[in-house]
Write a protein that binds this ligand. Structure first.
Ligand SMILES: CC(C)(COP(=O)([O-])OP(=O)([O-])OC[C@H]1O[C@@H](n2cnc3c(N)ncnc32)[C@H](O)[C@@H]1OP(=O)([O-])[O-])[C@@H](O)C(=O)NCCC(=O)NCCSC(=O)C[C@@](C)(O)CC(=O)[O-]
Ligand SMILES: NC(=O)C1=CN([C@@H]2O[C@H](COP(=O)(O)OP(=O)(O)OC[C@H]3O[C@@H](n4cnc5c(N)ncnc54)[C@H](OP(=O)(O)O)[C@@H]3O)[C@@H](O)[C@H]2O)C=CC1
Length: 398
């Protein structure tokens, strides 16, 4: 390895320009590894717009193909109409799958969607000397909610502290601070606000000592039961009744699809002790997250959820429940040029009027797209076409 006088991450200081710094970093890496990085180096992103905001030690960008599924008819409180949903993926057959599901949902009158809950959580962890002090701390926090709210909201124009949920284990206390975050997913926003709250608590309740600003009861980027039950980000439900004729045209009945759902998504998932009582929420969530600049690691909890079905006289009732969909239309990667265009395609880029409505509309569209993807995969399994589709669309010429 070469010894350098200037560290790789200090190149911006030397060159005064992130694009030039990235080029120099690539040249260095090419020299020490012998690997050509010409494709990673080719990007439309002005790296000066992402350094200090989205990335460090930047060397370029990777590209992922993006397709669309739609038109998808969504009938939500914020999203109302037909949408083309951008999906960035390298999994052949995925876009086709969501596209066919969208067609069946739209032909059946669309997906009705409701956002049931909205709140981003950060849970600082405190140590106090004893259990007695832990109970006292919780009582103190409850009694001082309005003051803590004021402290939290002094750090942001858009974040509003809605609730403080508390958990005690021995002499440890987790305070799960729940905020509404406007159009932002809100992780930076609520982390900054939570730090101010934690500081205020320690100054005014000196027996409390902050152990970690994130105490893992938030819960961020880990599969968990807390978000499943209490919600985090947007808690969303979408439903549709798929016309019987559509299924008959495919040679199946509502019962066939319902039976696959119960046995696969409910019994199979119970046997596996899965957090996903669904077929492939993660496929649709990940593809939309990548296309629109969301934090992709949050696919973990954003794709937990349940698909439920009923075989009815007139067709198949299907719904999807997403308890912890963490999304935003401002902040994070949403301002990057291609990601912003993808959000514009859905009519949700940037701040809403009033703030918050763009993120709510976006959450409704995602839930409807998840419904379409879920419906289609259940149909595909009922018709036993999973392997053949992936052979045809997922492996190319051999
Ligand atoms: C692939 C299909 C849709 C073909 O389905 P088909 O019925 O043979 O296709 P078709 O040519 O008759 O067209 C029907 C409709 O499908 C769509 N469609 C069809 N082809 C395309 C295409 N090239 N590009 C875009 N859209 C396409 C399109 O909507 C079209 O309608 P049209 O617009 O023509 O009126 C079907 O066989 C299918 O959905 N198979 C299942 C594939 C799937 O769902 N994969 C999901 C990923 S699996 C996974 O990752 C998760 C898993 C499975 O491991 C989780 C678990 O454990 O369950
Ligand atoms: N810090 C952490 O612990 C973690 C950070 N992340 C990262 O955090 C980022 C996302 O954080 P997030 O807070 O969403 O985004 P950003 O911090 O990137 O941007 C959000 C800020 O945008 C401003 N804003 C402007 N218009 C609006 C509007 N209409 N609604 C809401 N806010 C608006 C607000 O400023 P103001 O508050 O000043 O009013 C808000 O705090 C991602 O990059 C993610 O990867 C992910 C996990 C953990």
């Amino acid at each position: 390895m070469f010894l350098m006088e200037v560290k790789l991450h200090e190149f911006e200081k030397v060159y005064g320009d992130a694009n030039k710094a990235a080029e120099a970093r690539r040249q260095y890496l090419e020299k020490v590894t012998g690997v050509k990085l010409e494709n990673i180096g080719r990007t439309i992103i002005d790296l000066n717009t992402v350094v200090g905001r989205n990335i460090e030690n930047v060397i370029g960008a990777v590209q992922i193909p993006v397709g669309v599924a739609g038109p998808l008819l969504v009938r939500g409180d914020y999203a109302n109409g037909y949408f083309y949903v951008p999906l960035a993926t390298t999994e052949g057959a995925l876009v086709a799958s969501v596209n066919r599901g969208a067609k069946f949902v739209t032909e059946s009158g669309g997906a009705r969607v409701k956002v049931l809950k909205d709140g981003m959580a950060r849970a600082p962890l405190f140590r106090v000397p004893s259990l007695i002090d832990a109970v006292e701390l919780v009582e103190w926090v409850t009694g001082h909610f309005e003051e803590l709210k004021k402290v939290a909201e002094s750090t942001t124009r858009f974040g509003k502290l809605k609730d403080i949920q508390h958990f005690i284990v021995g002499n440890y206390v987790w305070l799960r601070l729940v905020f509404s975050t406007g159009d932002a997913m809100g992780m930076n926003m609520v982390t900054i606000a939570s730090e101010a709250v934690a500081k205020f608590i320690q100054e005014n309740f000196p027996k409390a000592k902050l152990i970690a600003l994130s105490g893992n009861m938030c819960v961020d980027k880990k599969a968990n039961a807390v978000n499943f039950i209490l919600g985090r980000g947007k808690t969303v439900v979408a439903e549709a009744v798929i016309k019987k004729e559509i299924l008959e045209r495919l040679g199946i009945t509502p019962e066939d699809v319902h039976n696959v759902n119960v046995r696969k998504n409910l019994i199979g998932s119970a046997l596996a002790h899965s957090y996903g009582f669904n077929a492939h929420f993660a496929n649709i969530i990940a593809a939309i997250f990548i296309a629109t600049g969301q934090d992709v690691a949050q696919v973990v909890e954003s794709s937990m959820g349940i698909t439920s079905t009923e075989a009815r006289e007139d067709g198949l009732y299907i719904s999807v429940f997403l308890p912890s969909l963490e999304v935003g239309t401002v902040g994070g990667g949403t301002g990057l040029p291609t990601q912003r265009e993808a959000l514009e395609l859905l009519g949700v880029a940037g701040s809403g009027n009033p703030p918050g409505v763009n993120a709510l509309k976006f959450a409704e569209i995602i839930a409807a797209a998840v419904l379409a993807g879920e419906l289609n995969l259940l149909i595909a399994l009922a018709r036993n076409e999973l392997a053949s589709a992936h052979k045809k669309l997922g492996r190319g010429a051999r």
